[in-house]
Design a binder for this molecule. Structure first.
Ligand code: MF3
Ligand code: CO
Ligand code: CO
Length: 289
């Protein structure tokens, strides 16, 4: 018989090192100095020029994610992963988009075990049996590319492997539901049906989003079904799909840092994210290596 995980909900805040500088030669998004993104409407359907730039920037995001993911191991701190991501982005001439976005202090989000999203890289060492989501967004050529994946630290428990496998399938199902002329609610329905068929929950508070010259446009992509998600998909729209799937409750509570969202019952949660373009007959995944 498998023993239950005795270490439920044990992630605690660590020390956060000072913000790392980005060389002045690298073009920055509007919020880099102030912390406040300029809102203003950005069209969700992109011009051929913006699309070409998005393809290159999204490819870089995928490349950085793969390289930082390869560094995940027991004993490595989330801050070391952040430093690696920061340096890879800068070496490629990109600005790490999370840095000072609404005041976020680091280059990537690192979300361990019960952390749903927006975990701040800190002095905590990864431990064998943890799962960790790395969320990489980079800004280059005036556009953002956003992708994330959940990695195992050492050999996973059967429960963790199941959750992570189903979460990846949820992203795949959401992507497969992309089709011009259909409402974006099709995406959430496909994801929710798959998650709930495995007894898992779907986080409501954090959703996919339009992306381009802005990190987050006003277009929202819920990962659960809601009749309010009426926006029709149109060719050349670009947005993210990034389901957060939970073993137990889908409700979150927030750490005092104002960023780290954890499951209210402290059970495990996983996430995968791609930036996609709506193509004539389905999604074009932009954040592939
Ligand atoms: N990359 C995250 C997303 O998928 C957003 C991170 S915002 C930050 O939308 F400020 F936390 F970096
Ligand atoms: Co995103
Ligand atoms: Co992201």
């Amino acid at each position: 018989m498998k023993l239950p995980r005795l270490t439920i909900g044990t992630v605690r805040p660590g020390r956060i090192s000072p913000m790392r500088p980005v060389p002045a030669s690298i073009a920055r998004p509007d919020y880099a100095e102030t912390g406040v993104p300029r809102r203003g409407h950005e069209p969700n359907r992109k011009s051929p020029d913006v699309l070409e730039r998005l393809r290159r920037t999204c490819h870089l995001a995928a490349d950085v994610l793969a390289q930082v993911g390869a560094a995940v191991a027991p004993g490595v701190t989330t801050e070391e992963l952040d430093e690696l991501a920061h340096n890879l982005a800068v070496a490629a001439g990109a600005y790490p988009s999370p840095l000072n976005y609404n005041g976020f202090p680091k280059a990537i989000c690192t979300s361990v075990n019960e952390v749903i999203c927006h975990g701040i890289p800190d002095s905590r060492k990864l431990a064998s049996g943890d799962i960790v989501n790395l969320d990489v967004t980079v800004y280059r050529e005036g556009v953002h590319g956003d992708t994330n994946a959940t990695f195992f630290v050492g050999p996973p428990s059967d429960d963790a492997r199941r959750l992570v496998d189903v979460t990846r399938e949820c992203l795949d199902r959401g992507i497969a539901a992309v089709r011009p002329g259909r409402p974006v609610s099709d995406i959430g329905r496909a994801i929710q049906d798959h998650a709930e068929s495995h007894g898992y929950g779907v986080v409501r508070t954090f959703v996919g989003h339009g992306i381009g010259e802005q990190f987050h446009t006003d277009l929202q992509i819920p990962h659960y079904y809601t009749s309010q998600a009426r926006t029709a998909m149109e060719e050349d729209m670009v947005f993210t799909i990034e389901p957060m799937i939970t073993q137990g409750s889908w409700r979150e509570v927030m750490w005092d840092d104002g960023w780290t969202a954890i499951t209210e019952d402290r059970k495990l949660t996983a996430q995968f994210e791609h930036t996609i373009r709506v193509g004539a007959s389905g999604a074009e995944i932009l954040t592939l290596v």
